[in-house]
Design a protein around this ligand. Structure first.
Ligand code: A3P
Length: 322
């Protein structure tokens, strides 16, 4: 049996649920993934060759991936691209083009079974992924490459995801909007792309405790509250700490400003540009409010209680961790 037909057989054998958008979701090793991204995930697992200095930006959807990609790129490439200069790539490219997703973009072109040519990309190479830690390719697990993970309060991540789906996938006339209540019940059961959120967070959190030089675990809320401190942690983790001169020359402040929500949202590329993440997505939908606590405008008491219980039961260890 060739690999294409064995993959088709696998896809047909997996548990299936109606997804949030046009695609169903399949349960693959305890993770819900849409069929096109599952094929790409398998290809990514089989073929990706990590380099020792690769940087992988990992997250569950709507946790601040776009922001973290921008920050990681600005920090890691600051010797090539001066953050304060007005020709910086982040001023004319969306972070998802500069730090492409492995399974949603690079390995997602299955039209001709063409694999992406990644070996000649300028180093350090930066990639994004929503794949949970245990499902990353062995090549990533076994190399010295670095993984930076960002998690976000699930209350806000859920509202962000629901808004994103309604904007991006369900705006066509024939696809009905997804009701908040329906999306919420699915989210609580873990049924959404790359869900459940609790095992996603726990996988990277445990890895960051076991191998702190390999995985850095960040929280969106802490990154917002203390951006400078977190940027220094990131640079140190990436083995390119900011020097005293850089700090006094305002390099960290320039990176914070360059990647700030207000700055990025107003760039032409992010107002009118599009990104090809298997489907075409208008960049503006990656920049909605960028606030903490917007969930309170949507949650009923029932939703608040239910989500709090799930978090308490599954994520107490992360919530308590400093
Ligand atoms: P909201 O929908 O709550 O506004 P992701 O990048 O993982 O898709 O997450 C998107 C969320 O991050 C959105 O949240 C978006 O507004 C927010 N975001 C995008 N860029 C940001 C930035 N530079 N700073 C802070 N938040 C940002």
């Amino acid at each position: 049996m060739d690999s294409t037909s064995s993959e088709e057989e696998l896809l047909h054998s997996l548990p299936k649920q109606k997804g949030w958008g046009p695609d169903d979701l399949l349960l693959f090793h305890h993770v819900w993934i849409a069929p096109p991204y599952l094929k790409a995930t398998i290809s990514f697992q089989k073929h990706f060759q990590a380099k020792y200095n690769d940087i992988i930006v990992a997250s569950s959807p709507k946790s601040g991936t776009t922001w973290l990609k921008a920050l990681a790129f600005a920090i890691a490439k600051r010797n090539h691209f001066i953050p304060s200069q007005n020709d910086h790539p982040l001023l004319h490219s969306n972070p998802h083009s500069l730090v492409p997703f492995l399974e949603i973009d690079l390995y997602a072109d299955d039209s001709n079974n063409v694999l992406p040519h990644l070996s000649t990309l300028p180093e350090p190479r930066l990639f994004g992924t929503h794949i949970p830690f245990p499902l990353l390719p062995n090549s990533i697990h076994n190399s010295n490459c670095k993984i930076i993970y960002i998690c976000r309060n699930p209350f806000d991540a859920f509202i962000s995801l629901w808004q994103f789906y309604n904007n991006v996938f369900l705006s066509q006339p024939l696809i009905p909007a997804l009701a908040l209540e329906e999306a919420f019940e699915k989210y609580c059961e873990g049924i959404f792309d790359y869900g459940p959120f609790w095992s996603h967070m726990l996988g990277y959190w445990k890895a960051s405790k076991d191998t702190p030089n390999k995985v850095l675990f960040l929280k969106y809320e802490e990154l917002k509250a203390n951006t400078k401190f977190e940027l220094k942690r990131m640079a140190k983790f990436l083995d390119c700490p900011f020097t005293i001169e850089e700090e006094s020359d305002g390099v960290i402040d320039s990176i914070i400003e360059l990647c700030s929500f207000g700055k990025m949202k107003e760039l032409e590329v992010n107002k009118s540009g599009k990104s090809l993440l298997k489907v075409e997505v208008e960049n503006k939908y990656f920049f909605r409010k960028g606030e903490i606590g917007d969930w309170a405008n949507y949650f009923s008491p029932y939703m608040t209680e239910k989500m709090s219980k799930i978090i308490e039961e599954n994520l107490a260890a992360i919530a308590k961790a400093e």
